[in-house]
Design a protein around this ligand. Structure first.
Ligand code: PLP
Length: 388
């Protein structure tokens, strides 16, 4: 059975050209980029090439790019780095209820260190209101962190409007752009952000490498202590093959993103419309228009998310219920709860995320298989009987 992978938001396969670009840096140019002899300097040059590619992709200067071990580290480095560096100015942090755990848990930790965190609600489509941001800012606020687009429901946030608010107030703005970089056009100056997180494995690069972009004027301390790598912002010997892979992935994204977004949007809409037309009691979660080109999040009432997911898996189709990071938890996802979904809808959610190798035939197959799975599960569901 051919496997149909529709969980690109959890992780993407590494692009074959990315793997090819990485290979020489394992055992040919294996030197430590901090070493002054030739094979160290080859590695250093490769890192600087990758830095230039990433900077070009997001409209940044090269010395504003610091390589990290991924999105989680970038999020930690942004919040902790700004909080600790600016604690003389204030102790207040603002974020939203639908952030990734890498932000929410970092916020919880900072609360144990004397910081205060305000968590803003979202509307029924998962949108943060920039007026809420304005109202939440106090003279103690040092940073606002709002994600660029949500990993579960795909809603794209009004970062430009939020940036106007934070600029007026003299407060730093961080955005977790892990789900957007390489998927939709993005420029740090147009967005108006001071800090931005990204992760290679969401844009056909390898796992375990990412970037924290930090605008030059930002006061930040490193939360990793050690060597002087990455302008003193991130200590530790570079993950050279990983960084080279991210650089290559950034180049490919820059060339292919626009066309790819258009192609994937068409398949996304086919899947959404096909499900809504053919399955009763189904609804789309997230903003109907302002959403990632590849995200489909549905609630299919009277069919349990996990049961649908396992049944799809038996047909060779990979998707997720809510977020991959919480697949071990039975609580409905914090994102779906923040939308105000009732528990029935929240427990009956499925996320399909499309990507570079998704074909129309694959979408047709899901549209063929899913209604049958739903009927089968509903036939066994006591909830549906009591509903009728
Ligand atoms: N932020 C968002 C929005 C994500 O979707 C993810 C990954 O699932 C992360 C952060 C964490 O990134 P990483 O897996 O590179 O640590």
């Amino acid at each position: 059975m051919k496997r149909i992978y529709l969980d690109y938001a959890a992780t993407t396969p590494t692009h074959p050209d990315v793997v090819k670009a990485m290979l020489p840096y394992f055992s040919d140019s294996f030197g430590n980029p901090s070493s002054i002899y030739a094979c160290g300097q080859e590695a250093k040059e490769a890192i600087e090439g990758a830095r230039a590619s990433v900077a070009a992709l997001i409209g940044a200067h090269e010395d504003e790019i610091a390589f990290t071990s991924g999105g989680t580290e970038a999020d930690n480095a942004a919040l902790k780095g700004v909080a600790y560096a600016n604690s003389d100015k204030g102790n207040h942090i603002i974020t939203s209820a639908i952030e990734h755990h890498a932000i929410l848990e970092t916020g919880h930790y900072l609360e144990t260190q004397g910081f205060q965190v305000t968590i803003l609600p979202v509307d029924k489509d998962g949108m943060v209101d920039s007026d809420d941001v304005r109202r939440a800012i106090t003279d103690k606020t040092i940073i606002v962190s709002i994600m660029n687009a949500n990993n579960e429901i795909g809603t794209i946030q009004p970062i430009v409007e939020i940036a106007r608010v934070t600029r007026d107030a003299g407060v730093y703005l961080h955005t977790d752009a892990v789900q957007t970089v390489g998927h939709i056009p993005l420029d740090v100056d147009e967005l108006g952000v001071d800090l931005l997180s990204m992760s290679a494995h969401k844009l056909y690069g390898p796992k375990g490498v990412g970037v924290l972009y930090t605008r030059k004027s930002t006061k930040l301390v490193s939360f990793m202590h050690g060597g002087e790598q990455e302008f003193g912002r991130r200590a530790g010997t570079h993950n050279v093959p990983g960084i080279v892979g991210l650089g290559k992935a950034a180049q490919i994204a820059q060339q292919e993103m626009d066309e790819e977004a258009e192609r994937v949007t068409r398949l996304r809409d086919k899947l959404i419309n096909g499900v809504l037309e053919n399955i009763d009691h189904a609804r789309l979660n997230g903003h109907p228009q302002t959403r990632l080109p590849n995200n489909v999040n549905l609630s299919i009432s009277y069919a349990e998310g996990e049961a649908m997911c396992l049944n799809l898996d038996r047909e060779g189709i990979c998707c997720s219920t809510g977020s991959a990071c919480s697949s071990a938890a039975t609580e409905p996802s914090h994102v779906l709860q923040a939308l105000g979904l009732d528990p029935l809808q929240a427990h009956s959610s499925l996320r399909f995320s499309l990507g570079k190798w998704t074909t129309e035939e694959e979408i047709d197959r899901v549209l063929d298989v899913l209604p049958r799975i739903v009927s089968k599960l509903r036939a066994m569901s006591p909830l549906l009987k009591s509903h009728h």
